[in-house]
Design a protein around this ligand. Structure first.
Ligand SMILES: Nc1nc2c(ncn2[C@@H]2O[C@H](COP(=O)(O)OP(=O)(O)OP(=O)(O)O)[C@@H](O)[C@H]2O)c(=O)[nH]1
Ligand SMILES: [Mg+2]
Length: 319
């Protein structure tokens, strides 16, 4: 049974209730699934923005400024920092390098960090659950901040409606190398720290790359926005571009399509997680333990044992 009082509190943006629910999700508390089912009925209104890029590129600074701008326009904002590299202490805001306290104390802003690194299902599953809580709570925008290292940044596209890739003038040398990864996922590029030398060169290489990429006149071509986050330069343009992308998705029926794709991936992930949990019960783990010696000794192939385990699982379903 789900506590209706809790649902009501979440929907009235009670920060403690939201925070506790996200903790339940992180701990995979059995009750969290029931809460999520209940909350899902109230979701679908938030616009989800992903901000990714190399460590220290200014993602938190941009999130901070963008949030202030949205607040000024009367919108509410939920922020999820996924695997932050900056040090965190309980309740601390997006790293002490950035003064987020102004927005953190605002009733219309909720900030939360989540550690998903190394967890099964990676970034998307639990982050999406947390985003659903914020969506049900009625935040107009949800911003995900993820550090772009390796493959993990690419997962952001599975959860965001608009993906922003933040680069800095020093990224110039690595732009060619990033081609396959970040290039593909960016709806908008932000060239932050454009007060530093080299910004124009990076701008030129990015532009060239965007236009050289196969595209038709109907495709969305990522814009490049120059920003200096601490000075609030370029933030209006960035918000304008996010809006433009949002309108582009809606006008071309891509918004629904994107959300369906995301939901499909999500259901698949959940199914895989649930099956994994059921499959690897204590009994089968013990069986694996006892059979594994035969594999090491060369008597059994790993495939053989895998098949045995799966047959055992299938039989258990019809029991
Ligand atoms: N010169 C200059 N410094 C900036 C700019 N934007 C951010 N910084 C500084 O760069 C540092 C890192 O900024 P953050 O916003 O914490 O960067 P981040 O990408 O969130 O960092 P991680 O979360 O640790 O990956 C801070 O000291 C900022 O003050 C900029 O436009 N110009
Ligand atoms: Mg940060």
């Amino acid at each position: 049974m789900v506590d209706t009082g809790l649902i009501e509190k979440i929907c009235s943006k009670d920060k403690l209730a939201i925070s506790r629910t996200i903790t339940k999700i992180e701990l995979a508390n059995s009750n969290s699934i029931e809460i999520l089912k209940e909350l899902h009925k109230k979701t679908g209104k938030s616009y989800r923005i992903g901000i990714t890029g190399p460590p220290g590129a200014g993602k938190s600074s941009l999130t901070n400024q963008l949030t202030k701008l949205y607040r000024k326009k009367g919108f509410t904002v939920g922020i999820i920092a996924v695997d932050p590299t900056s040090p965190f202490t309980g309740g601390a805001l997006l790293g002490d390098r950035v003064r987020m306290s102004e927005i953190g104390n605002d009733a219309g802003v909720f900030i939360r960090s989540m550690a998903t690194r190394g967890s099964l299902g990676g970034l998307s599953s639990k982050t999406q659950d947390a985003a659903d809580v914020l969506d049900a709570a009625g935040f107009d925008f949800i911003i995900f901040e993820t550090v772009g290292v390796g493959q993990s940044e690419l997962d952001i596209v599975k959860i965001a409606d608009t993906t922003i890739v933040v680069l800095v003038p020093e990224s110039g040398d690595s732009i060619q190398a990033m081609k396959a990864g970040l290039m593909e996922i960016a709806d908008i590029f932000v060239l932050n720290k454009s007060d530093r030398p080299g910004a124009d060169n990076v701008m030129t290489s990015l532009k060239t790359m965007i236009y050289l990429k196969d595209h038709t006149t109907e495709d969305w071509l990522p814009a490049i926005i120059k920003t200096i986050a601490p000075e609030n330069i370029g933030i209006d343009e960035l918000a304008g571009e996010i809006d433009k992308h949002k309108n582009f998705l809606t006008a071309n029926n891509l918004f629904e399509k994107k959300r369906s794709e995301h939901s499909k991936l999500r259901v698949k992930e959940i199914v895989e997680e649930l099956i994994k949990d059921e499959l690897w019960n204590t009994k089968r783990l013990i069986e694996l333990e006892s059979e594994i010696k035969k594999v090491v000794a060369g008597k059994y192939s790993p495939y053989q044992i895998a098949e045995d385990l799966i047959n055992n699982y299938k039989n258990s379903l019809t029991d």
